[in-house]
Structures are given as C-alpha cells and as structure tokens.
Ligand binder design. Structure first.
Ligand code: HEC
Ligand code: HEC
Length: 329
C-alpha cells in the first residue's frame, strides 16, 4: 500500500542538559508524524467526513446527541461528568475517556475490548445507552442527504457509503486529534523557562519516588496496559474481556495530556481534583489480590503535591481551537 506505518519519534540531542533530569526528559519528545494504518490511510475527504459525523446528531436515535456530547474539545475531549448521558437520558457505565492521541493507542475502551478505532466507532453508535442506532439506520438517514452520498462516493470511489466506510472516516478524523503543544513540550525541547521550578520538581517526583512513570510512560504518558490501581469499584474492568481473575479491577492506563481539562478522574469519575489523585497513589490503593505490584505507597508533603500538580498542569496544550464543521441539510 502507499502509506507505510510510520511512528517517527524525533531523536534530538541536547548537549546542554545534564544529570538525571536530562535522561528523564529524553523519554518525552513528541512524535513528528501521526501513524495511520495501511488499511485505512489518511485522506482529507475521509477526515473531513469523519469530523462531520463526529459532530452529527443524525448518528443518535433521538438526533439529540453527538460524539462530541461526551467527547467535548473544551473538556479535553471528555464530558466533564463522571457518567455522561446518552440519547435516551440514561447515564453511561463509565467516564468518557479522551479521544486525544488515540492514533498511538490500542486497544480501545477502558477495558480494551476494541482492537482498533474502526471497530471502536461502532460501539457508541449501536450502544443502547449511548446513541442507540443500528448501522443500517445510520446509513438510511445519511443516504437521505445528497451531500453525504456525494462525499462518500468521492472519498471511497469503489465502495461509497457503507458500515465500513462510515467507521473508517470517523477513525481517520480521530487519528488527527493530537493534543496541542504544551509548556512541558517546549521545556522538553530545551526552552528552560517554559515551565516553573515547581513543575520541574513535580516532573522529578513523577519519574522518581512517586513512580508514576512506571505506568504513565512516553510522550502521551501511557503504557497502554491494564492495571488495578486499588480504587473502590464494583466494575471488574479488564477481567470482563480476558476472563482472568488477575485482571480484575484493571483498567487501561489513560494518557495524561490535557489532564487539567479532563475532570473528573478515573474510569468512574470518582476523583475531582489532581491532588486527590496524587494522595490516592501515595496511599498505595486498596490491598487485594489483583492490585498492581507497581502500586507502591510513598510519603509526600503538601509542597510536593503542589509541585506534581504544577507539572501535570504543564501538560495542557496552548491556543488550540476547534472549528465546528458545517453539516449538510
Ligand atoms: C453518551 C456518551 C458517549 C457518546 C455519545 C459517545 N461516547 Fe465515546 N465513550 C463514552 C464512554 C463512557 C466510553 C468508555 C466506555 C468503556 O470504556 O467501557 C467511550 C469510549 C470511547 C473511545 C475509546 C477511547 C479509549 O481511550 O479507549 C473512543 C475512541 C470513543 N469513545 C469515540 C466515540 C465516538 C467516535 C463517538 C460517536 C460515534 C462516541 N464516542 C460517542 C461515552 C460516549
Ligand atoms: C500501576 C500503574 C500506575 C501508576 C504507578 C500510576 N498510574 Fe495513574 N493511572 C493508571 C491507571 C490504570 C489509571 C486508570 C484507573 C481507573 O480508572 O481505574 C490511572 C489513572 C490516572 C489518572 C486519571 C486519568 C483520567 O483520565 O481519569 C491520573 C490523573 C493519574 N493516573 C495520574 C497518576 C500519577 C500522578 C501517578 C503517580 C503519583 C500515577 N498516575 C501512577 C495507572 C497508573
């Protein structure tokens, strides 16, 4: 195929840095390009259609919600709620995760039950609590709109509008959602004043005694693995997919980009501030068989908590605006 899967991590050399700090910073460079799969390479017509569908109420049974209702750009592409509300007014079972930086993340969902974004997109459309639409009904509705038929024919000359091509457009648009350049990124690239001394100390704690980087690794701060971090919950998480008791209460490590915008926190939205999150980790979580061995309690002062929050706040992209698409009638 024309497009190869490229995941080019920028390899830059910083002779000016020294010591442990230099080593840690090197693990956090932003990738230079977005990877697209060979069986669904990027094209502008696809991404444009996918964006329209992401903001398209016709995808929901009641034409009353869109993907954006639960993945809102102003809220770090989440909903701001512990449980968002679907087309029939019922709450979802888990918190909406962000749709940022998913080009680099597989599998999808808190429990990893979808292997890729194409497969994932069918989930919310068909789920009775979310949009509650059969794919054939989505096609029937969109096919009534001449502009959509024409755009699908142009984007997929051999196939036109089908289940598969609809899902491919949404996945293509989602892969273009990359968190914006943050003060932290400028600091990683060598701009020493880009973040405060407090945030720098927080970064050291994050990589050091707090052990956050054991799971929140790399530029998007996730290992894409599943861990039980010892939260009080009835949700068995990953065990529901694998059937393995060791996976009980384990959820996918979320990336931490734009985390300040993504309140409340955790799969059940049970924490409303980052300092509560840090205190949870310092305590080590509920002891139980499935608790991750990477959960290691640590002592932390109020000042250290402030430093870590300052660091987490430095991960928010600056000056990004998202223009709404114009939908056809
Ligand atoms: C009513 C709220 C709601 C709507 C509408 C909704 N989602 Fe979601 N979305 C969620 C929730 C809740 C989850 C997590 C579910 C889980 O993991 O079990 C989720 C998960 C996801 C994920 C997985 C992210 C990850 O990190 O694994 C993606 C991608 C996604 N949604 C995209 C979409 C798209 C595309 C649409 C529109 C077609 C959409 N969502 C509509 C609430 C919603
Ligand atoms: C053992 C692996 C592991 C370690 C260590 C770890 N995390 Fe997490 N983190 C996770 C997982 C898994 C979740 C999701 C848990 C859930 O919702 O049940 C998570 C969730 C979060 C969230 C909420 C994200 C969201 O989208 O709601 C934040 C913020 C966070 N971690 C920050 C930290 C910080 C700060 C540290 C260090 C003090 C840390 N984590 C240490 C694995 C880890």
């Amino acid at each position: 195929m024309r497009l190869k899967i490229v995941l080019a991590m920028a390899l830059l050399v910083f002779p000016a840095l020294s010591g442990a700090e230099a080593d840690d910073r090197e693990h956090y460079h932003r990738p230079a390009t977005i990877p697209f799969p060979a069986d669904n390479p990027y094209s502008l017509p696809k991404a444009t259609l996918g964006k329209m569908l992401f903001f398209e109420p016709r995808l929901s049974a009641g034409t009353n919600i869109t993907c954006m209702s639960c993945h809102n750009p102003s809220l770090g592409w989440e909903s701001g709620q512990a449980r968002a509300v679907g087309t029939t007014g019922q709450p979802t079972g888990r918190k909406s995760p962000t749709t940022l930086n998913l080009a680099w993340t597989e599998p999808l969902f808190w429990d990893g039950r979808a292997t890729n974004l194409e497969e994932q997109a069918r989930g919310p459309i068909e789920h009775p609590v979310e949009m509650n639409m059969a794919m054939e009904d989505v096609i029937a509705r969109l096919a009534e709109v001449d502009a959509y038929v024409e755009m699908f024919d142009a984007a997929f000359p051999d196939e036109g509008m089908t289940d598969e091509t609809i899902l491919k457009t949404i996945a293509t648009f989602e892969r273009t959602l990359v968190s914006g350049l943050a003060p932290f990124d400028r600091w990683v690239e060598g701009e020493e004043d880009a973040i405060s001394d407090s945030a720098k100390r927080g970064f050291e704690l994050f990589n050091g005694k707090a052990h956050c980087a054991d799971c929140h690794t790399g530029w998007n701060f996730t290992d894409d693995l599943f861990h039980d971090i010892g939260l009080p919950t009835d949700d068995i998480g990953r065990e529901g997919v694998t059937g393995t008791p060791a996976d009980r209460f384990a959820f996918k490590t979320p990336g931490l980009r734009d985390i300040a915008l993504r309140k409340p926190y955790m799969h059940n939205g049970m924490m409303t501030t980052l300092d509560v999150v840090i205190r949870h980790y310092a305590g080590g979580g509920m002891p139980r068989d499935s608790l991750s061995p990477l959960m290691r309690p640590f002592t932390v002062s109020e000042e250290e908590i402030r430093d870590m929050v300052a660091f987490l706040n430095s991960l928010s992209g600056e000056g990004q605006t998202v223009a709404l698409p114009t939908l056809p009638n």
